[in-house]
Design a protein around this ligand. Structure first.
Ligand code: TMP
Length: 197
């Protein structure tokens, strides 16, 4: 089983690219599953609701631990015994380093120890779709903002820079320019994924 994760701030077009890659892989005869984080299990979706829709003033530490609770459940239910050829993640643990680490300012060392504690498998490839924060949010201008999306421009600048920082010392993370045409980005993704078929 191969794991491909997609990362980036809001409005970069992750879902579109995941769907296109999923269609491509299914056409090639592979068995695939798309998982979104937080979520994709019954428990995980309840935790997602707290994380995104709660009106409580959740602390950053609560936010981090809820992300990892949902993730631990996802790994147990969907990864450990998976018979899929490919799992496509709409965000995975790099999001915790970017959002809770670089964004909220929590310790990256603690986040790394949680990644180890819940035994996260390492993705074969991570596509980081990168875009300027203002452009990303302009694409979502008509959507109602959830709790995390309401965190402000500086927070998302830090998240974006955090993702780019993570990509610097990690060959697994491929940075793609999310301003390019949808079809061009898909072709770039396919040419990289082909190395793993
Ligand atoms: P989305 O799936 O609609 O993008 O919403 C998920 C939100 O949760 C998004 O704002 C990113 C955030 N998030 C974190 O802050 N940390 C994480 O570890 C993950 C997986 C998501």
């Amino acid at each position: 089983m191969k794991i491909i994760s997609f990362e980036g701030i809001e409005g970069v077009g992750k879902s579109t690219q995941i769907k296109l890659l999923d269609d491509y892989l299914i056409n090639k005869g592979f068995k695939t599953e798309i998982l979104r984080e937080p979520g994709s299990t019954s428990t995980g979706e309840k935790i997602r609701d707290i994380l995104l829709n709660s009106h409580d003033d959740l602390s950053s530490k609560t936010e981090l631990l809820l992300m990892f609770s949902a993730r631990a459940q996802l790994i147990k239910e969907k990864i450990d015994n998976s018979t899929n050829d490919f799992i496509l993640f709409d965000r995975f643990y790099d999001a915790s380093s970017a959002y809770q680490g670089y964004g909220r300012g929590l310790s990256l060392k603690i986040i790394d120890s949680l990644i180890e504690f819940i035994e996260c498998p390492v993705p074969n490839i991570t596509f980081l779709l990168d875009i300027d924060v203002s452009e990303g949010f302009a694409r979502k201008a008509n959507d109602k903002k959830d709790r995390i999306e309401s965190s402000g421009h500086t927070f998302f600048d830090n998240v974006r820079q955090g993702y780019l920082e993570l990509s610097k010392d990690n060959k697994r993370i491929r940075v793609l320019d999310a301003k390019k045409e949808i079809g061009d980005i898909h072709q770039e993704i396919v040419s990289i994924v082909k190395e793993y078929l």
